[in-house]
Design a protein around this ligand. Structure first.
Ligand SMILES: Cc1cc2nc3c(=O)[nH]c(=O)nc-3n(C[C@H](O)[C@H](O)[C@H](O)COP(=O)(O)OP(=O)(O)OC[C@H]3O[C@@H](n4cnc5c(N)ncnc54)[C@H](O)[C@@H]3O)c2cc1C
Ligand code: FES
Length: 287
């Protein structure tokens, strides 16, 4: 089994994999004090042509580039989403963008989720913190292509209520009878009426799984990942049926510079989506 075939960047008819394409900012929605959601579309009018799980290199002239996961599904045509946390130079600049601004984007890059293999499976998606951004592209895909999947259990954990992302989506998923959605925060505030505790506390209500027909997607901080994996291995899910998305420092994003290399694996090209069995072998990636 392998993850989706590699980079659309090679397949795309751009003159160079290093050449950013102009992209128009269609809207900006503040999500939290640190994260904003950007809806973008290519100036050329073409679709980005991505798969859930892929990322782009956002290029800001005179500032630099940074990899950002595409947080919308290709089934939502006309634009694509990026949810950006402000941490440093490039992301600070991105946070100053307003509707109508033009930036550069290279991609889509990397391997996304192996959709053909996931079709027909019972799906469990577990997202923690900013991990909901890459997960959202797959979640939207499953919601839009619901008949192609079995049951769909979605779990989301944030540190505190003020850090919850995509609040409109959370309401929609909660109200969607075809999605078994649960969320929690590690620490409640006075207004919080939902569940409190780490994300693994939500698994108590899970029905007995059929390991042969279940795929689990886990995207979140390493500590969450570690405990969630234990839960699903204990429920009989195989290492190859557990998929995750790995963040490494990246520069070129296309397998040329070696910045993202871990144990001879170019995360930008072979990932960011990996099976747990493979990821376990990349010991330094989990350190
Ligand atoms: C495949 C992939 C997908 C990503 N998706 C998203 C996304 O959807 N949304 C989002 O907000 N961010 C995402 N990131 C992280 C994002 O790329 C970094 O936050 C960004 O490169 C920081 O750039 P900067 O110039 O703003 O900060 P810098 O000035 O370069 O760094 C600021 C601080 O962030 C740390 N840092 C930078 N990059 C990383 C990294 N990859 N991992 C851990 N620490 C880092 C630096 O050490 C420094 O402390 C993703 C990264 C990868 C590799
Ligand atoms: S980022 Fe350059 S090889 Fe992966």
């Amino acid at each position: 089994m392998s993850t989706a075939s590699p980079p659309a960047a090679d397949a795309k008819a751009t003159s160079s994999i290093y050449l950013p394409e102009p992209c128009i900012v269609r809207s900006v929605q503040k999500q939290t004090d640190h994260e904003s959601l950007y809806e973008l579309s290519l100036e050329s009018g073409e679709e980005l042509g991505h798969q859930p799980g892929q990322f782009v290199q956002v290029s800001i002239m005179g500032v630099g580039e940074c990899p950002i996961s595409i947080c919308s599904s290709p089934t939502r045509e006309g634009s694509f989403g990026l949810c950006v946390r402000r941490v440093g130079e490039v992301t600070n600049y991105i946070h100053q963008l307003v509707e109508g601004d033009v930036i550069g984007v290279r991609g889509p890059l990397g391997c996304g989720f192996p959709l053909d293999e996931l079709h027909g499976k019972d799906m469990i998606v577990v997202a923690g913190g900013l991990g909901l951004a890459p997960a959202r592209s797959l979640i939207q895909y499953i919601v839009d292509q619901r008949s192609r999947f079995g049951s769909f259990h979605l779990f989301y954990g944030a540190r505190e209520p003020s850090e919850l992302l995509f609040r409109h989506d959370l309401t929609r998923w909660r109200d969607n009878p075809d999605v078994d959605f649960h969320m929690t925060v590690d620490q409640a505030d006075e207004q919080w009426r939902g569940k409190t505790g780490v994300v693994t506390t939500l698994f108590k209500g899970l029905p007995k799984l059929s390991p042969k027909n279940t795929a689990v997607v886990i995207i979140g901080p390493p500590v969450m990942f570690k405990f969630v994996v234990i839960e699903f291995l204990a429920r009989g899910i195989t290492q190859d049926s557990i998929l995750c998305s790995l963040e490494r420092r990246m520069k070129c994003g296309v397998g040329k510079c070696g910045h993202c290399q871990a144990n001879n694996i170019y995360v930008c090209r072979e990932g960011p989506v990996f099976r747990y069995g493979r990821l376990k072998a990349i010991r330094e990636a989990l350190a």
